[in-house]
Ligand binder design. Structure first.
Ligand code: NDP
Length: 317
């Protein structure tokens, strides 16, 4: 069924109005014709059938009985689902890549090189004007396990494999990715983890994946292991990480996401030489690419053709 070509109203929300202005400009650059509408306090529903949002408050959707599809301007939908603001009958559509996979792969490759080539040691030596070559690093000594083989994780895994690291990947359903040894589900988890010296987390945050990076996981890994977390802060049991670094189970961690963001100034992670902290920058959203993708999906919706990236509410991602 195609949807009529009457003027399309799109409801927009982001905390910063300049963000919304940019989205509207980029959507118009894509040739999409629409009328932006906004929920104002003390006003009735807009009647819009589509919404484009980031971190919306519950009241945005209250009484919007005509709403059919909400586009989330981000890949992760844990915040919007956890907030419980979205009626069940509304389709939630997330961003698929829009440039994030490349920047997140770059982040992980940088972190791997830092770890395997001991780059911090050379920075320290330089401050002392000390010429101190270390032993040769063999890629085969650094088997990497990528948790999550979706739009982003599969690219991260392929990027690492292209460099020659032994790469394993883990997902809910069995995947097949060239150059990556794929494992699936709870049955495959232990074998996957126990073969990995570095774990890179690119999972969505769901009830099944919360605290998946815990003491048992760390103890199952190869010795002298590292954790690279670019998923969500709550994937990581932060106390277990500190305990496992202190007792030598793990050698280090590179963390881009945290249970509380911004990371509080008194958080123990800041002061640790074995933890690299970055402020949730591994995969910044490219707004122009995001709006290009959303414009294409709005056109599909109008034409009545299926949309990619619809969130499976039961699975939580
Ligand atoms: P996708 O939905 O494309 O992929 C998710 C992957 O995780 C799939 O392979 C899926 O398995 C797997 N998965 C989900 N639940 C489980 C489970 N219970 N057990 C095993 N595997 C599971 O997501 P994206 O790749 O687009 O994004 C992944 C996450 O990355 C986002 O949800 C977000 O939290 C995070 N992110 C972080 C950013 C940052 O700046 N740090 C930026 C962008 C995203 P299957 O293949 O079987 O479906």
């Amino acid at each position: 069924m195609t949807r009529e070509a009457s003027p399309l109203e799109i409801l927009f929300y982001a905390e910063q109005p300049e963000r919304v202005e940019k989205w509207i400009r980029f959507l118009r650059d894509e040739g999409l014709e629409f009328r932006p509408v906004f929920r104002e306090p003390d006003q009735g529903p807009t009647g819009a059938r589509l919404a484009i949002v980031w971190m919306p408050p519950a009241e945005i959707f209250e009484k919007e009985a005509n709403l059919e599809v909400v586009f989330n301007v981000g890949a992760g939908v844990d915040a919007i689902l956890d907030a419980g603001v979205l009626p069940d009958n509304v389709d939630l559509v997330r961003l698929e890549d829009t440039g994030m996979a490349a920047t997140m792969t770059e982040y992980v490759i940088h972190a791997m090189a830092e770890i395997t080539r001991e780059m911090q040691q050379y920075r320290d030596a330089q401050t002392q004007r000390r010429w101190a070559p270390s032993g040769h690093a063999y890629l085969e000594d650094w088997p990497v396990g990528v948790l999550g083989l979706g739009v982003i994780g599969s690219k991260v895994a392929q990027g690492l494999a292209a460099l020659g690291y032994p790469v394993r990947g883990w997902s809910r359903r069995q995947r097949h990715i060239q150059g990556v040894d794929c494992y699936a589900g709870q049955d495959g988890f232990h074998e996957f983890v126990s073969a990995s010296r570095v774990l890179v987390n690119v999972l969505p945050l769901t009830s099944e994946t919360r605290h998946i990076l815990n003491r048992d996981t760390f103890r199952s890994m190869r010795p002298q292991g590292h954790i690279i977390n670019i998923g969500r802060g709550e994937h990581l049991d932060e106390d277990a990480l500190l305990a496992c670094l202190d007792d030598g189970t793990l050698a280090g961690a590179t963390l881009d996401v945290f249970s509380i963001e911004p990371l509080p100034a008194d958080h123990p992670f800041w002061a640790r030489p074995d933890i690299v902290v970055t402020p949730h920058i591994s995969g910044t959203t490219n707004a122009r690419m995001a709006m290009r993708q959303i414009a294409a999906k709005v056109r599909s919706w109008r034409a009545g053709t299926p949309l990619g990236g619809i969130v499976d509410r039961r699975a939580g991602y």
